[in-house]
Design a binder for this molecule. Structure first.
Ligand code: C2O
Ligand code: CU
Length: 471
């Protein structure tokens, strides 16, 4: 095992030195042997002082949790400790890990009880931007703050001046700063999930981020909100998307100029500070046209770093992902139903689904509400086979659909081939949209497929995919 301590430290200090108020950077932790991560209660200053700090749940006491940085090919070895008064687990979102390391309580491991610990150990074959969070009582545990970034650096990273992580979180706060309880509200579950009233970037409301004119940034944006979708606008600055869900994609300008990112999803962008000396550029979330707001300010300093924006190559080397073989794919039709107004779209299966709704299960995958652990698998795949899932969102709501243990290609949307055939682990479906994804089922085990609006997940929007040698 290689020790990255000095490397990551240096990277962190260099980044910190370039900022005047470096407080908005989460703590960076190096990969090292016997590393520990403890889920615990903590306080975080989510509202501007003099208002009180908010009691949160955190990894290691900070908010968000530490950025875990590794090199591609490293092995992660981490002891998770639970200092909370209820059981938890850690899921490594987007990482292709062995099934027993996937962190889904009751499916791939027993819950980590209060005072207990669990050793997570696995290789990191893919570079990119990932994140970790509990996979147990998700709406509450993630909603109270348990989340952190996991970055796997490329062998040869693209050249930038600074590499930043932006972790986005959404909070529903009382005026006092306390988190509003009631994470299982049926109203939230039937609608768009628990949308908050307070957004933070790296735990801070509306940070002011100092940049130098013509500086080049790589920004790893992670949507750790339990329900909120972001459509980020950078005003006169022109972001280039270079990776989606950690996976390299042909560098391109985001569609419509905004970076659309649903819960669980990530986007790596390259951003040149082209606003001119002294320019303060707001980063805006335009997802709700009636409720646009500023998320952060990019404050250009007076002294340019160079005369012009750099022309360095932005293309990342691909990860060693197994290519789906579409000519030999097994095709599955998967229909998502439910939610408020959902009855109108249920067709023949309406009576069965209405009965489940009476029992508090509000979202359905092929007519069945599930926690993803119970009952028969939605799909049984032979190891090594290609699976094509034609998904149809027969609801009036957006859903970010996440697959565990694998990375898939997004093949088409509403019957039209996608421009980039992007690799993803979470795909955002608009109301009534149809999306086809394909992947090589090469990782044996029971894996969840679920909506990452966590209140939808716990109200039934989950299913199981079984990959086995003899399917
Ligand atoms: Cu990020 Cu099943 O979760
Ligand atoms: Cu959903």
């Amino acid at each position: 095992m290689t020790h990255r301590t000095s490397l990551s430290r240096r990277g962190f200090l260099a980044g910190a030195a370039a900022l005047s108020g470096a407080a908005f950077l989460p703590k960076v932790v190096a990969a090292g042997p016997q590393f520990e991560l403890t889920a615990m209660r903590a306080q975080a200053q989510l509202l501007a002082p003099p208002r009180l700090a908010t009691p949160v749940w955190s990894y290691g006491g900070g908010l968000p949790g530490p950025v875990l940085r590794f090199k591609q090919g490293d092995r992660l070895s981490l002891r998770a400790r639970n200092d909370l008064d209820r059981p938890t687990s850690i899921h490594w979102h987007g990482l292709r890990v062995p099934n027993a390391m996937d962190g889904v309580a009751h499916l791939t491991q027993p819950p980590i009880g209060p005072g207990e610990d669990f050793l997570y150990e696995f290789d990191l074959p893919d570079a990119g931007t990932y994140w970790y969070h509990p996979h147990m009582g998700g709406a509450e545990q993630v909603g109270r703050g348990l989340t952190g970034a996991l970055i796997v650096e490329e062998e040869t990273p693209i050249r930038v001046d600074r590499d930043l992580v932006w972790m986005l979180q959404d909070w529903r706060l009382e005026p006092s700063g306390e988190i509003v309880p009631g994470f299982d509200s049926p109203h939230d579950a039937m609608h768009g999930g628990r949308i908050g009233n307070h957004v933070t970037l790296n735990g801070q409301p509306m940070p002011r981020i100092e940049i130098a004119p013509n500086e080049r940034l790589r920004i790893r944006i992670i949507n750790a909100a339990t329900a909120r979708i972001f459509a980020l606008d950078f005003g006169p600055l022109a972001p280039t998307v270079v990776a989606l869900d950690g996976q390299p994609v042909a560098p391109h300008a985001p569609e419509g100029g905004v970076v659309l990112i649903g819960p669980g999803m990530r986007a790596d962008i390259v951003l040149d500070a082209s606003g001119g000396a002294g320019a303060a550029v707001p980063v805006r979330d335009l997802f709700r046209p009636d409720g646009a707001y500023d998320l952060a300010t990019l404050a250009h300093g007076d002294t340019p770093l160079r005369a012009n924006a750099p022309d360095w190559d932005m293309a990342l080397a691909p990860n060693p992902l197994p290519e789906p073989n579409l000519t030999a794919a097994t095709r599955h039709e998967v229909v998502f139903n439910g939610g408020m107004m959902g009855q109108m779209m249920m067709g023949d299966e309406a009576p069965a689904m209405t009965e489940q709704m009476r029992q508090g299960r509000m979202w359905f995958v092929n007519g069945r509400a599930s926690d993803g652990h119970d009952g028969p698998p939605l799909i049984e795949a032979k190891r090594g086979s290609t699976q094509l899932i034609a998904m149809e969102n027969r609801t009036g709501w957006w859903h970010p659909i996440h697959l565990h243990g694998h990375v898939f290609r997004v093949i088409s949307r509403d019957g039209k081939p996608t421009m980039h055939r992007e690799w993803r682990d979470t795909v955002l479906m608009a109301p009534e949209e149809r999306v086809e994804i394909a992947f090589r089922a090469n990782n044996p085990g029971d894996w969840m497929l679920h909506c990452h609006v966590l209140a939808h997940q716990s109200a039934g929007m989950a299913a199981l995919i079984r990959v086995a040698d003899a399917a």
